[in-house]
Design a protein around this ligand. Structure first.
Ligand code: IPM
Ligand code: MG
Length: 369
């Protein structure tokens, strides 16, 4: 029996290709794992009305962690229009499977490291090394939304200000979820020898929700006197991250701000081809490249698989396989620095699989040495 069971969820679009590339690398470093496949993705929405079928959720229960590629998602009306005829008109609502997994499995930390790799021509600066801790279960992502103001809302005097025809999305922020994401950021800082944690909010406007987040962040920070702590409004943070990205270290924030800031940070170090994520809970985790399914590149062996390969390194580290994790990261660093094999985003002509082979080849070479 292999040591680990990893649910393998390629999804659709380029998710399939980057996952194949990643497997090549995992196999090269000899991770003792089996990878049972899980159905997930747009085709299951179209055929079954559920992009994350119950059988896949059961698979997650029987595995140590999961690796996820990418999934196409579309706005509600368009999604409903693509359902099989017999599924239409039943009120089925498309919800992003990755968001559902994060919430159902309580994977409360979304860990998104963005480090400039040496020799990457796409680096905004070469000295950037930020890690975003994004709260992953609540905030603007709870999915409580109304296309028109519900009547009960209008009973509350303050709600009278909301026009009847307004669409409403609810933002919910709890003290407990705020505390645990900030704690996760500080614990990471301690473990990895990081210098500073920056809590990002908009408490001057979102007084209730961001107020809770900020208060909890300050209370947690007080327990870690050895780590520098500062706070920033999210708008200012976007400006500072462009102006002086090298000044930032660990960033912790609420769900939607983390979604936005982590794309910004990804672009500072080469774009979505380099951005990896760990969705981490107490006992389970789902690792993924941060990018989407990029339908226009699907099946073209074109996209950069390094985001996905780096997500596999995060997964190996989370499993406690630090040697495998280090091997993958070293091999990626070597391939990027040598620059002989590059995908289109880096100005090269290599395909997805060429990169995977180059990285796997480096790992093989190190193993022999
Ligand atoms: C991400 C993505 C997702 C999100 C989408 C696909 C729902 O943008 O992982 O950052 O908004 O969280
Ligand atoms: Mg995003």
């Amino acid at each position: 029996m292999p040591k680990y069971r990893i649910a393998w969820l390629p999804g659709d679009g380029v998710g399939v290709e980057v996952c194949a590339a990643t497997r090549l690398v995992l196999d090269a470093c000899g991770l003792d794992a089996e990878y049972p496949h899980g159905d997930i993705g747009w085709e299951f929405w179209q055929k079954e009305g559920d992009a994350l079928p119950a059988r896949t959720l059961e698979l997650l229960e029987r595995t140590d962690c999961a690796f996820f590629g990418a999934i196409t998602s579309k706005p509600a009306a368009e999604a409903a229009g693509e359902l099989a005829p017999e599924l239409r008109g039943k009120g089925l609502i498309y919800r992003s499977p990755i968001v559902r997994m994060r919430q159902m499995l309580d994977l409360y930390t979304c860990l998104r490291p963005c480090r400039a790799l040496k020799g990457n021509p796409l680096n905004y600066r070469d000295d950037i090394d930020v890690v975003v801790f994004r709260e992953n279960t609540e905030g603007m992502y709870i999915g409580v939304e109304f296309n028109q103001t519900p009547a009960c809302f209008r009973e509350e005097p303050a709600m009278a200000r909301i026009p009847k025809d307004a669409a409403i999305s609810i933002r919910s922020v709890t003290r407990s979820a705020s505390r645990r994401i900030v704690e996760a950021a500080f614990e990471y800082a301690v473990k990895k020898g990081r210098r500073k944690v920056t809590a990002v909010h908009k408490a001057n406007v979102l007084r209730a929700t961001c107020g809770v987040f900020l208060e909890e962040a300050q209370a947690v920070a007080a327990r870690y006197p050895g780590i520098e702590f500062d706070t920033a409004n999210v708008d200012a943070m976007c400006m500072w991250l462009i102006k002086n990205p090298q000044n930032y270290d660990v960033i912790v924030t609420t769900n939607l701000f983390g979604d936005i800031l982590s794309d910004l940070c990804a672009q500072l170090v080469g774009g979505m081809g380099f951005a990896c994520s760990g969705n981490i809970g107490v006992k389970y985790a789902v690792f993924e490249p941060t990018h989407g399914s990029a339908p226009k590149y699907a099946g073209k062996n074109k996209v950069n698989p390094l985001a996905s390969i780096l997500a596999a390194a995060m997964m190996a580290e989370w499993l406690g396989e630090t040697t495998a994790a280090r091997k993958i990261v070293r091999a990626v660093e070597d391939v990027v620095e040598q620059g002989a094999v590059r995908t289109y985003d880096m100005g090269g002509t290599a395909g997805t699989m060429d990169i995977a082979e180059a990285v796997a080849g480096r790992i093989g070479a190190t193993l022999k040495a």
